[in-house]
Unconditional design. Structure first.
Length: 81
């Protein structure tokens, strides 16, 4: 494969991206947030949150995840199932 972004299906992190998205969705729903509310609170684009929750983004930015965790009142260990 040439230069550029690797396709989601070809990423070695695809399975982890699915688990991350599922766990973030669970935490969001447990706290009673809509996607729009959480995205606004985390100061990220709604489309970014949707892509993370559906694993369309395989390697989300570290600071994006930190912002989401802070907005949820969660810690990094809360992502572990």
């Amino acid at each position: 494969m040439g230069p550029g972004r690797r396709k989601r299906a070809e990423s070695r992190y695809a399975a982890q991206a699915v688990r991350l998205g599922q766990r973030l969705r669970e935490l969001r729903m447990q706290r009673g947030y809509t996607q729009q509310q959480l995205a606004a609170s985390a100061e990220i684009a709604l489309s970014t949150l949707r892509k993370i929750e559906t694993a369309a983004v395989v390697e989300p930015g570290y600071f994006t995840i930190l912002s989401l965790l802070e907005a949820l009142g969660a810690k990094d260990h809360d992502l572990l199932v």
